[in-house]
Each structure stands twice: as C-alpha cells, then as structure tokens.
Design a protein around this ligand. Structure first.
Ligand code: ADP
Ligand code: MG
Length: 252
C-alpha cells in the first residue's frame, strides 16, 4: 500500500571480456512514499548495481522496477542520484554547481533557480553561494551536493555510501545533517552502505543483502525515535546492529 518504488525479482549480470559476473540474483523490496530505506550488504555484493538499476542506468536481466506502478525509464530527473564522492566542480561557484544539473537537463527556469537558491539558503550555504567549493568543509560540500540533487525535486533520492570519503569526526555530523534535510524535504530515499550501525541509525527500515549475487535476506523495521546521533546511543539500535551482523554472517 502506498508504495512508491517496487523491485520484484530483479536480476543483473555484467558481461565483460573476462566473462559474466552475476551481481544480482533476485532482489525484491518496496519503499513507501516518504520512507528512508537503508540497504546494507558486504562490499562487492551488488549495492551500487541496485542503485544503477533503480536510476534507470542499467537494465535488469530479469525482474521489474516500478516507480508509482510504472516501469522505470531512462534517467529524467525523477530519480536523484548522489554518488560516493561529492563531484562538485572546483572551477564553478557553489551556486553554479547547484544549478548545473538543472541547466544541463534544460530545467533551469526562474522557478527552479529560486527553489535551488532557497535550498542553499535554508541549509546554511547562502553566504557561500558565490564562493568556490575549496572554501567549504567536507560536510558543507556534501550538503551542497545534496542541495544540487534536491533542486530537481526528485521523487526518489539514491545515496551511494555518501559518507565513506569523510573522516570519522565529520562523518556523524554530516549523517545527522543529511538525515535532517531529507526528513524536512520528505523525499523517499534509498541509502546504500556497508556500515551496519550507519544503516540502522539512518533508516526507517534496513534491507539486508547477501554476499554476491545479491538476494534480500531480511528486512528489519527500525522503530527507534530520533536522528542518527540519538540512535547511536540507544541500546535498541545496538541490538538491531547485532541482528544485522548475524544475518550477514549467515550468508557469508
Ligand atoms: P557494491 O556496491 O556492493 O560494492 P557493485 O554493485 O559495485 O557492489 O558490484 C557488484 C559486482 O559486480 C562486483 O563483483 C563488481 O566487481 C561487479 N561489477 C560492478 N560493475 C561492473 C561492471 N561495470 N562490469 C563488470 N562487473 C562489474
Ligand atoms: Mg558500491
């Protein structure tokens, strides 16, 4: 009910000169509108592949991906994808970086520009709009990249290990920041990570994947109030992390 995204038996194999790699065996799960789903699994199990399929960048070998009941097509701005590295262009100002995607996709209008600038303002980057990214801290860069993605008003947001390039100190601050922005904007989100506590602290539910080729081994309801920082100190979160680790071990 009220499901925005559905993956049903999604399989994907890569074909290269060296042969075939089966990345996804059969992946099925759904995300409700407004939900934040964490997807956790071992390195190399097929997490990025799942996001590429949902983004419409790769076509599954078998199975279905439905957004609002309709098959996903080629990328058109409905799905926002934020990569591991923030990919801000150093030679463009923060505001030019923010507007670049809209410009490239010919969606830069007076309205979308105003909206993008209001997001920069709202999330504390207004005074850096005319600065270059080198002036931003790691956390602020990540926020700018998120604003750039949200400027499209995507129906679905994909985050691929967005904190993995940050040092430990910054990491939890940025996670807190990003989670709060996403909650405020109410956008349905898939976060992919191999960090179990991060998955539990960020998500409404956690989808646990097997090692490659990926299948879903368990979906866990988190049901713990508060943002990531608060959850990090909650014993229930620690117990859920244990549960996830146990599942991951079983599939090794
Ligand atoms: P994860 O994000 O969980 O670390 P990936 O989805 O990136 O895993 O990769 C899953 C598997 O598919 C890995 O074995 C990887 O080497 C392989 N793979 C990923 N991308 C390609 C590609 N473009 N061509 C061939 N094999 C690939
Ligand atoms: Mg990956």
């Amino acid at each position: 009910m009220n499901e925005l995204l559905t993956l049903d038996g999604v399989a994907l194999s890569y074909h290269t000169a060296e042969g075939e790699t089966e990345a996804l065996k059969s992946v099925s799960f759904s995300a409700r509108a407004g939900e934040f789903l964490s997807i956790v699994g071992p390195s190399g199990c097929g997490k990025t592949t799942i996001l590429s399929v949902v983004a419409g960048l790769l076509k599954p070998t078998a199975g279905k991906v439905l957004l609002d009941g309709k098959p996903i097509g080629p990328p058109n701005g409905e799905v926002g994808y934020m990569l591991q590295r923030d990919t801000l262009f150093e030679w463009l100002t923060v505001s030019a970086n923010t507007l670049l995607g809209l410009r490239v996709q010919r969606k830069l209008t007076e309205e979308s520009r105003t909206y993008a600038m209001s997001l920069l303002e709202k999330y504390g980057l207004g005074e850096f709009a005319d600065s270059y990214p080198t002036r931003l801290s790691g956390g602020m860069r990540q926020r700018a990249a998120l604003v750039r993605t949200l400027a499209f008003r995507p129906r679905l947001l994909l985050l691929d290990e967005p904190f993995s390039a940050l040092d430990f100190q910054t990491r939890s601050d940025v996670a807190e920041d990003v989670r709060a922005i996403i909650a405020e904007e109410g956008v349905t989100t898939l976060l992919v990570t191999h960090d179990v506590p991060e998955a539990v602290c960020m998500g409404d539910r956690v989808v646990v994947l097997s090692s490659r080729p990926a299948v879903v081994v368990k979906i866990i309801d988190v049901n713990i109030p508060g943002g990531p920082a608060k959850r990090r100190t909650d014993r229930r979160a620690a117990r859920l992390s244990e549960e996830v680790w146990k599942e991951l071990k079983r599939t090794d």
